[in-house]
Design a binder for this molecule. Structure first.
Ligand SMILES: *[C@@H]1O[C@H](CO)[C@@H](O)[C@H](O)[C@H]1NC(C)=O
Ligand SMILES: *[C@@H]1O[C@H](CO)[C@@H](O)[C@H](O)[C@H]1NC(C)=O
Ligand SMILES: *[C@@H]1O[C@H](CO)[C@@H](O)[C@H](O)[C@H]1NC(C)=O
Ligand SMILES: *[C@@H]1O[C@H](CO)[C@@H](O)[C@H](O)[C@H]1NC(C)=O
Ligand SMILES: *[C@@H]1O[C@H](CO)[C@@H](O)[C@H](O)[C@H]1NC(C)=O
Ligand SMILES: *[C@@H]1O[C@H](CO)[C@@H](O)[C@H](O)[C@H]1NC(C)=O
Length: 498
């Protein structure tokens, strides 16, 4: 009897010890972290850390790789909040709450029931346990832009890209594991509909509860509700590298691998698209993406300029005055610019069947509400601005008409040119007349001298003098001409001259 009790005791002790080991390092209530000292909790394999990481002049709370030299953040708490100052503190309170305290303000990190202990696991998952050792909260359930081996993206969940490599707040793109079984990429600002998708696994209809999984060997695959593999996205690499899947700020999701050797670095093993313009909305409103040597670049619609040249997502605005549609005499005061082979969100308010592109152009020109019109295969879609998600797309053989140019601006330009030309011609004519006059005068004078003195040499002198005089005038002419062409003379001064 006693021996059975002893055996039972030993067994339970063994189980507790095994559970503790599995949990990894054990963070108890009352522990805390600050950005500048004791800033993180390490996993037992020293690969991952949970704690503060520096970004710009502030700090974010998150999970990052500690085992490699490259700074690699895999999760960020409250990513859309501003970074905190160095005076912030993370408390694992005596009531079992994880709280970030900044200057009297408190923010809950893990929205969970009271936890008994916490642990940074070797997998990169930060977990909270209750007193029974059950997980009550885990970072793996709330991915930001990264999926780690062992972590799964379940149906209805999504990864959201970061703003940039240095700003972890929510960016422009998402990767969604849909309830219909399809894994799809969309812009953050678009609904879950096929027109906005720019990547899809093609597994829709494969049942509810399909999950995206990544294993330790870089094998990326989809499992259905019964646990059967329905699609392999990557086949796995069978080595000891670190792997991570991330939807990058550029909207493309990539499988990265890092050699654990001395000086390894991250390399891309697989990407959802090689086309850097594929992610819809890279360019902000009224701009569209074009490829330049495989690089993505943004271009504004004709007649538009970037709001902030260094920030594509700020989009483009008109560089001419609006509200010119309502001219008193009813005449249209603008023209249409054209753009070939582009794709845009279809936000048309009216679609007309028209035989030619000229008809489409005219239809938009005559409609005050129409700011752009897309003509393709006899259909003319009239649109209001802004135009979104644009890109150059050679598979779309269409033509986009964009209403441009307050005539104020463009006509002034033409008028100025005409005036300049008139000025040049007038000056030339006047100079030419002057030359003729002078030459005639000189010749007449010479002739008179000749008549009196009859010296043959003076004729030569006269001739040279005449040539010299003429070339001087040409130079003068050139000078005037050069000045007129070089410095654009203000319209007002041209007027005076004229
Ligand atoms: C886990 O935390 C408890 C409570 O603070 C402590 O008694 C125990 O020794 C810790 N275990 C490990 C393995 O650190
Ligand atoms: C899952 O298994 C059940 C029972 O074996 C089967 O009826 C069902 O069709 C399976 N579902 C899928 C999506 O394969
Ligand atoms: C999917 O998961 C939900 C919630 O876990 C469950 O209620 C539902 O039965 C599952 N669907 C299938 C087909 O297994
Ligand atoms: C995916 O690959 C595994 C082997 O890694 C294979 O057993 C499975 O059948 C594949 N799944 C599909 C849907 O091809
Ligand atoms: C690794 O680092 C060592 C020393 O810094 C250097 O000599 C070596 O070339 C590096 N190897 C690779 C593959 O970069
Ligand atoms: C770029 O513009 C977008 C939209 O206006 C804005 O949300 C974002 O903060 C800007 N980014 C930078 C780095 O200024």
């Amino acid at each position: 009897m006693a021996s059975t009790a002893l055996l039972f005791l030993l067994l339970s002790a063994f189980c507790v010890a095994a559970a503790a080991q599995q949990r990894g390092s054990n963070i108890s209530r009352g522990s805390s972290l600050t950005p500048t000292s004791n800033s993180y909790w390490l996993s037992p394999n020293r690969q991952y850390a949970f704690g503060f990481y520096n970004q710009g002049d502030g700090y974010y709370l998150g999970i990052f790789l500690k085992g490699i030299p490259q700074k690699t953040v895999v999760w960020t708490a409250n990513r859309d909040d501003l970074p905190v100052p160095s005076t912030a503190t993370l408390h694992f309170t005596s009531e079992g709450r994880l709280r970030l305290q900044t200057q009297g303000q408190q923010k809950e990190i893990a929205n969970s029931a009271s936890a008994y202990s916490a642990s940074m696991l070797n997998s990169g998952n930060f977990v909270l346990y209750n007193s029974d050792g059950d997980i009550v909260w885990q970072s793996f359930d709330l991915p930001t832009d990264t999926l780690l081996p062992g972590q799964r993206l379940s149906a209805g969940k999504e990864l959201l890209s970061s703003m940039s490599e240095t700003n972890p707040s929510t960016g422009l793109f998402r990767l969604k594991m849909q309830n219909d079984g399809n894994l799809v990429q969309y812009p953050v600002e678009a609904p879950d509909t096929a027109t906005y998708a720019y990547y899809a696994s093609g597994t829709d209809g494969k049942g509810d509860n399909v999950t995206l999984n990544l294993d330790d060997e870089g094998h990326l695959y989809l499992l259905n509700t019964n646990g059967s593999n329905i699609k392999n996205i990557t086949d796995g690499y069978n080595n000891e590298n670190l792997y991570r899947l991330r939807i990058d700020p550029d909207g493309i999701f990539k499988l990265y691998s890092h050699d654990l050797g001395q000086n390894g670095s991250w390399s891309i093993l697989w990407r959802s698209s090689a086309d850097k313009c594929a992610p819809k909305g890279l360019c902000g409103v009224n701009g569209f993406c074009v490829l330049l040597d495989d690089r993505a670049d943004c271009v504004c619609l004709p007649g538009f300029d970037f709001v902030v040249a260094s920030n594509w997502s700020s989009g483009c605005i008109r560089n001419f005055e609006e509200d010119i549609c309502k001219s008193k005499d009813g005449s249209t005061k603008y023209t249409m610019s054209t753009l070939d082979n582009t794709w845009w969100e279809d936000a048309s308010y009216s679609t007309l069947s028209l035989p030619t592109q000229e008809d489409c152009e005219q239809a938009c020109l005559e409609d005050c509400n129409c700011e752009a019109a897309l003509f393709e295969d006899g259909s003319c879609r009239k649109q209001r601005l802004p135009l979104r998600f644009g890109r150059r797309s050679l598979s779309n053989s269409n033509i986009l008409f964009v209403k441009v140019g307050s005539t104020e601006v463009s006509q002034q330009g033409t008028k100025k040119e005409i005036r300049t030309d008139i000025l040049v011609i007038s000056v030339s004519l006047a100079s030419f007349a002057l030359i003729i006059l002078v030459i005639s005068g000189v010749l007449i004078h010479r002739k008179n001298l000749w008549a009196y003195k009859k010296i043959s040499e003076t004729g030569n002198v006269g001739l040279t003098e005449g040539v010299a005089l003429r070339s001087f005038t040409y130079m003068e002419l050139e000078k005037i001409h050069g000045r007129v062409r070089g410095n654009s003379i203000p319209v007002s001064s041209v007027k005076v001259l004229r």
